[in-house]
Design a binder for this molecule. Structure first.
Ligand code: G3P
Ligand code: CA
Length: 381
């Protein structure tokens, strides 16, 4: 199974047995006093994953607005292109599950099967729609069985363009008297470049247009494909983060170019030093920080946070969600997969590792947990 398919299948539930371990008590590496704005964010930094996607359909202006209103420090966007090259906010180019496209007879003939990063997918894809066409669709909840309450908002919002988000952030920033931080992911960059729809150049143009191209801009860029971040480093100075999945995963750009390295190679001290030559942080799967045991319970903390900090890289793992179905087995409560578990207990464990921030679908909960961590002095800054 490929990276994308497996990630979709488990949503962060992988059990890692091979990572190096460190006793949990020795975490919380001291760091030099930071200076760049991205190093002065509150720690642990709360990153609203696809907005406040635990409460609103993901990647909608409603989801981003709620996250900002809740006080999230940073708001995440995933980017894919339309047929006419506009960047829009969707977690994947297959929009079957997050829009009403399947109910739209005028687009029935656009349903197709394609292979994206080695995975065969059947559905409707952003690259087959002009922006004008895509804008006629309405966003809906991805996981209605788990998040029934969010279906209340099905149809309320359209798929936002990244430029709309930049304008929204500008307006909200003016209103609040402080910048709105964004965390922007290039999705399937090699796949789209081969289609003649590269992501990086239009993204760089938009970042320049909205003044987010400097090293001090309130923005992180991120990708599972390291070469996408290397490319962005040549176009803009905006801080960059390399996303990391399971140790055996080989990033899709590496596969395409014959680079044999896997995530296991990238998270060695030498691999992290290499990342630090073009990025300011890593975004690892939570299981790379604390692997789960065979029962799905949290195991022993790895050396990743310590090693990344030694390479002067920030560590922003993904993704902690409140529902039982996404929590480690030892933090579930009851048997209803959609019910909230003991997520504060899980935050305590993850924050004690010394991570600099965390992606979450529930920023309000994360903010309380982050305040607890600071109050208890388990954080150094
Ligand atoms: O970008 C951090 C996190 O969002 C990575 O996972 O699959 O939700 O984009 P994904
Ligand atoms: Ca993402």
């Amino acid at each position: 199974m490929t990276h994308g398919a497996r990630r979709r299948a488990v949503i962060g539930a992988a059990v890692l047995g091979s990572a190096a371990v460190l006793s949990a008590g020795s975490a919380g590496t001291a760091q030099a006093r930071p200076s760049a704005p991205h190093r002065r964010l509150p720690v642990p930094t709360v990153i609203a994953h696809r907005g406040a996607s635990g409460y609103r359909p993901e990647h909608t202006l409603g989801s981003y607005q709620l996250a900002l209103d809740m006080g999230a420090h940073v708001i995440e966007q995933d980017l894919v292109p339309t047929k006419d090259g506009h960047l829009v906010c969707r977690h994947e180019n297959d929009i079957t599950g997050t829009t009403d496209v399947a109910d739209r007879p005028e687009f029935a003939s656009r349903k197709t099967t394609k292979t994206v990063d080695g995975t065969s997918l059947t559905g409707w894809f952003t690259e087959d729609f002009t922006l004008a066409e895509l804008k006629t669709l309405r966003a809906k909840e991805r996981i209605p069985a788990t998040r029934q309450e969010n279906t209340l908002y099905d149809g309320r919002w359209t798929v936002p363009t990244f430029e709309e988000v930049l304008r929204w952030a500008e307006k909200e920033g003016r209103r609040r008297g402080r910048p709105v931080w964004l965390y922007v992911e290039t999705k399937h960059p090699t796949y789209f470049r081969k289609l003649g729809l590269p992501l990086e150049e239009p993204l760089a143009r938009l970042l320049r247009r909205y003044g987010r191209h400097g090293a001090d801009s309130p923005t992180f860029l991120q990708s599972f494909e390291p070469t996408s971040m290397e490319r962005m480093a040549k176009l803009v100075s905006t801080p960059r983060v390399v996303l990391l999945w399971t140790p055996d995963d080989r990033p899709w750009d590496f596969r395409e170019t014959g680079d044999p390295r896997t995530v296991a190679d990238l998270i060695t001290p030498e691999g992290l030093k290499g990342i630090a030559s073009y990025a300011q942080g890593i975004g690892p799967l939570l299981d790379l920080v604390i692997p789960k045991d065979k029962d799905g319970k949290l195991g022993r903390t790895t050396t990743l946070v310590r090693d990344a900090h030694a390479a002067k890289l920030l560590v922003h793992p993904y993704t902690l969600r409140n529902e039982n179905s996404f929590l480690p087995a030892d933090f579930r409560r009851g048997t209803d997969p959609a019910a909230f578990g003991d997520v504060f207990g899980a935050y305590e464990k993850y924050f004690a590792t010394g991570i600099d921030g965390i992606f979450t679908d529930h920023p309000d909960t994360a903010l309380l947990a982050a305040a607890d961590a600071r109050a208890e002095g388990t954080r150094t800054r």
